[in-house]
Design a protein around this ligand. Sequence first.
Ligand SMILES: CN(C)C(=N)NCCC[C@H](N)C(=O)O
Length: 269
Amino acid sequence: MARPRRYLVCEPRHFTVRYAINPWMRQDTEVDTALAGRQWAALVRAYRDHGHVVQCVEPVAGLPDMVFSANAALVLAGRVFGSRFHAPQRQPETAAYEAWFAAAGYDVHRSESKCEGEGDLIPAGRFILAGTGFRTARAAHHEAQEFFGVPTIGLQLVDPYFYHLDTALFVLDDASGRENIAYYPAAFSAGSRAVLRRLFPRAVIASRADAMAFGLNSVSDGRHVFIAPQAGGLIAQLAARGYVPVPVDLSELLKAGGGIKCCTQEVRP
Ligand SMILES: CN(C)C(=N)NCCC[C@H](N)C(=O)O
């Protein structure tokens, strides 16, 4: 069942790829910032057309990755668990995002340990699924559990192409007791794969090709799935399960290693 959501996004006005902090990035890659802007605007339009509220944080010159708003925090039950970015190049984003949350009336608790927000902390019904291995420290999982009082399930990421949990897994349905996900098993350690099988026996399993097309960096409102059009196999699987795929192409942003979910911070009441 679709539920209207509130999303915080950041226009890629200053988007470039000057530095490389993940395997998708090549230093000084040619980027068409205007095209990135048009692709991003299409995502915002798609959200609004499907009844979701979209709010924008003002982009800051010199912070090219600020468009990836999902990494700024995890917001759950109206409480903000702010990030502590791994890469020095992204650390100044914290001030801009914290200022937005403060102006919107939220107190921000900044993580004590390295933590990249919804990139690695993903609420799924009764749980928070929490990735580690590349960006977010295990200690941040514990801190998030204490902060929200929600059981936090640590998952070990093992493939550098899937450096954030939200590149390898997304939540299809977050209704408590009905929660379900889609994921790419080879992105996880054997133990974490076993945990996912145990918790989500009905999960949609994605191929490597669909995961490499950023098909798992998708956003679902419980019915519509905003997804990269290049992930054709996954789109067919989701449609067969009764979801409504809404393809949105963010190919220009992929040059920085980010897709639909990375550009979307959910503000949960
Ligand atoms: C799904 N992903 C990967 C995200 N949640 N965020 C994208 C961050 C991209 C940025 N260049 C970086 O490497 O931090």
